[in-house]
Each structure stands twice: as C-alpha cells, then as structure tokens.
Design a protein around this ligand. Structure first.
Ligand code: SF4
Length: 356
C-alpha cells in the first residue's frame, strides 16, 4: 500500500518499538537492560543525541551512532491560534514539509500527526491531496512529531495525553509504519499514551479496516464517511470507487463485532452538497445497525483551492437533530485553530506555493 518510504542507509532511532530494541541489544551482544535504558533516553528523558545517553558505555553509544540516526525535524514555521492551538510546519531531512498540530482542551493536550508527505486519496474537500503523494513517512518520522512537541510542552510542565492520526496522509495506506508508531506510543516504558486516548482515522481503506480489527488493540477507529450513499461519496471521495460504500459498511460492522468498540464517523458538512435533511435521514438509516456508532459533524473549513460553502449554523443543528431522532449519537466538532489555516494540508500547500 502507498508508495515507498524515504530510503535511508540507517534506520531512525524512533523506528524501533520496544520488542525491536530488545532484539537489537541481544543481537549486538549487549545486556537486555540496555534496551530499557535506550528507551528511557528516547522517550522519558527525550534527548536528541547519543552523546547525552550518559549511562551507556561509550562503545555502545558508538555502535548506536554507527547504526542509527535521529530524525531531523526542523521547524519552518509555527502558528499559534488564539484558542491555544499550535500548528507546526516541519521540514524533514529530504526537505519535504509536514504539518503537526497541538490542541489544548480542558482535559489536556492532544496532537494530530501526519503519516504521509501529501496524500493520493484525493478527497475533494481536502488541501492535503493538492500536489498528490510524495512519499510515506517512516514510523520514526511519525514518532518524532510527538517527541518534538512533547519536548516543547516539557518547558511548561504539560503533557500530550491524546493522539489523533488525522493529519496529512491516509494512515491505512502507510499501515505498517502507523502500527509501529502506535506500538511505540502505547508502551508503558515510553510515552505511555493510553490506547483509548488514541484515534486513527481512515478514509475507508477496507482491507486494512479488517486488519486493524484483528490487531487486538484498544485504539479508537474513526471513519471519514462524509456522505450517506455510494453515489455522493464517490463524487466527494474517489477512494469510494476503489472500496465501495457497501463494502465499507460491512467492514465497519466486522470491526464492531470483532472489537466490541464503537466507531466515530467523521462527517464534514459541505453547504448544499451533503448537508440537507434527506442526507441526515439516509445516514441515520445506514448507521442504525451499528448501535455503538457516533457521528462527528465537522463544519467544513474553507480551502481556497476548493469551492465549498459553509453550512449555516441552524442547518448543522437540524442535521444533528435528525440523526439523534434516528438514535444515532451526534456531536458537532468545536472549531479549533480556524484563524491559522487549521484544515489539514493548508499550511503545507501555502508553503509549497511560496517555495516554487
Ligand atoms: S482527507 Fe485525509 S485521506 Fe482524504 S485527501 Fe485529505 S489527507 Fe488524504
């Protein structure tokens, strides 16, 4: 799935999960406790060089230097919204730019991470897809976004307590890297983010919804549904032509049956496109056999290159009421960072434009 990740001679230190570090120390003739020390330096002390790993013997540090690299994630710009949302535009080693967003809530800080440079899924309302897919991120490049943001929050004694994998890219097209990222994030000896505080969002890559259901994780799943039927969804999301609506709904039912967990359905309201009462009625019917499901209504952010109107406030509430009447739990997403181009891909799109 997806295209090739960034080819490098050496892996990144953040590419390896706990079990992989255990194997690495063993294969390199080191004591097993060294894996714990390395993990501690990376995720608890959060250092960005091998030289700082002072309780490791020099020979081991040299070996690490020889075999691994730290991710270079330099800040191109940082925008701070009035509501506390901070959006970072980071530059990777190969000069590609990615976005990471840190949001402040009354329950803590959450981070939205990017999994690919660009996206090929082509959702018509999304700026991330402009320019197509450049490459997949390596697991370590996804991990680095969290470590870097946490390091900045360390200055004020704050912690990232939840993660949404909803930034640029389709995580289920970079499936293995996303799973390794999750394994690193949830490990109790590392950042130890609660699985139920992590959400991975897919546009509907059906085979990997089945795979994810079988992973035996407690991580939340969100599906970007955005339409109540096959025809409209195909117009808005070309991915629906690869994986038709009916197959997507089947996969969702499998996931719920297998995991006993609910799914959040993301529904971006686009004025006069998918936001009419009949759309809400149809959606309620589609989801009625999934009693645990929940719809998150998202008033669409304006994207200059796209031509969607905003749904009037009253119509958003009408949509919500119809769903609730159909016994579907629905909430309206609080807008965050709307003053700083918060829709995914907008900063990167601007940056690409200005670097031409
Ligand atoms: S919404 Fe997500 S899957 Fe769709 S084009 Fe944008 S980044 Fe890709």
């Amino acid at each position: 799935m997806g295209i090739k990740p960034y080819e490098k001679d050496k892996p990144f230190v953040y590419d390896l999960n706990w079990d992989e570090w255990q194997s690495w120390v063993k294969e390199n003739g080191e004591s097993a406790f060294r894996a714990g020390q390395i993990f501690d330096w990376l995720y608890i002390k959060r250092v960005f060089s091998f030289d700082e790993m002072s309780n490791l013997p020099k020979a081991l540090r040299d070996k690490l230097k020889d075999q691994f690299e730290f991710v270079t994630l330099s800040e191109i710009t940082k925008y701070q919204s009035q509501d506390g949302t901070v959006k970072f535009l980071f530059e990777l080693e190969d000069k590609n730019a990615i976005e990471t967003v840190v949001m402040k809530h009354n329950y803590g800080n959450s981070i939205c991470v990017t999994t690919q440079v660009g996206c090929r899924v082509g959702c018509t309302f999304c700026a991330s897809t402009l320019g197509g897919l450049k490459r997949d991120l390596r697991p370590g490049e996804i991990v680095a976004q969290v470590v870097k943001a946490q390091k900045l929050l360390d200055e004020t004694g704050e912690r990232i307590s939840s993660i949404v994998i909803m930034g640029i890219g389709e995580p289920f097209e970079n499936y293995e890297a996303t799973m390794n990222f999750l394994r690193v994030m949830i490990h109790p000896k590392g950042l130890n983010i609660g699985q139920r505080h992590i959400t991975v969002s897919t546009s509907g890559i059906v085979p990997n919804i089945y795979k994810f259901a079988d992973e035996n994780l407690q991580v939340n799943l969100a599906i970007s549904i955005h339409a109540p039927n096959d025809a409209l969804r195909s117009k808005l999301m070309p991915v629906n032509r690869r994986f038709p609506f009916v197959d997507l709904i089947e996969a969702c039912k499998y996931y719920i049956a297998k995991t006993g967990r609910r799914i959040t359905f993301e529904y971006a309201l686009m004025g006069e496109v998918n936001d009419q009462p009949e759309h809400a009625e149809e959606l309620a019917l589609v989801l009625k056999d999934m009693p645990l499901s929940h719809v998150n209504l998202i008033p669409v952010n304006f994207v200059a290159e796209r031509d969607f109107k905003r749904t009037p406030r009253d119509d958003i509430f009408t949509f919500q009421r119809i769903l609730e009447k159909g016994k579907i739990n629905a909430t309206i997403r609080r807008e965050q960072g709307s003053d700083i181009a918060a829709a995914c891909g907008q900063l990167r799109a601007k940056h690409m434009e200005s670097s031409k």
